[in-house]
Write a protein that binds this ligand. Sequence first.
Ligand code: HEC
Length: 193
Amino acid sequence: MRKLIAATTFVGAMFASSAVWAACTTDVKKDDLTAEQANGLYECIKAELREGYAASGDAITKDYTGWKITATAPAAPGAHGRRFLITFANDAAFDEYVKFSDERGPMPVGSILAKESFNVNKKGEVKKGPLFFMTKVAAGGEAKEFGDWVYAAYTPKGKPMKIKQQFCHACHSPYEDQDFLGYPDEDVRLPSN
Ligand code: HEC
């Protein structure tokens, strides 16, 4: 299967600037993809994915690509609509976030986590997913009901999604001891400091 992914990546790179989505495909079932194979698919769609998000015109949908990635491969499907997830942390967040502490205090104000997502359908085609954000704001202010986190999301075409803070936060609530952060799958976390 490694061969197939290598070929896929190559074709994807060749057509990265045009919208040849069919090029990003795999014969391996979604749940059986290795980290390496998931990375291959990610490399194949990355440019298109980012172009779509950036179409929003909001600076943050472009700026996050300059932040540090917190995992070694796209996190396996699970939460977030069983999509593959790639989480980025801005400078304010990175050092604290990658401790992946399970009993942390609040993250520094100004911390932002961004999460790209993509999916693989039954036909083995890669599908673009939304871009998610969590921004830490001052304690006891606008987001006091939500652990001082502001949630946001953009469609793959860069359209801001109408989301309810409560919808996002309800699912992040079990992670209260981690300041409501779910963290990438343990298999793909960057080694902690
Ligand atoms: C079904 C439960 C669920 C819902 C609903 C949900 N999340 Fe998450 N979220 C998680 C889990 C679990 C993780 C960690 C998994 C991973 O990144 O691999 C996570 C991770 C994140 C991260 C990366 C930071 C972190 O927690 O480690 C961001 C950013 C994020 N979610 C934003 C959102 C936004 C915005 C919404 C609402 C549109 C939302 N989430 C809704 C469960 C959920």
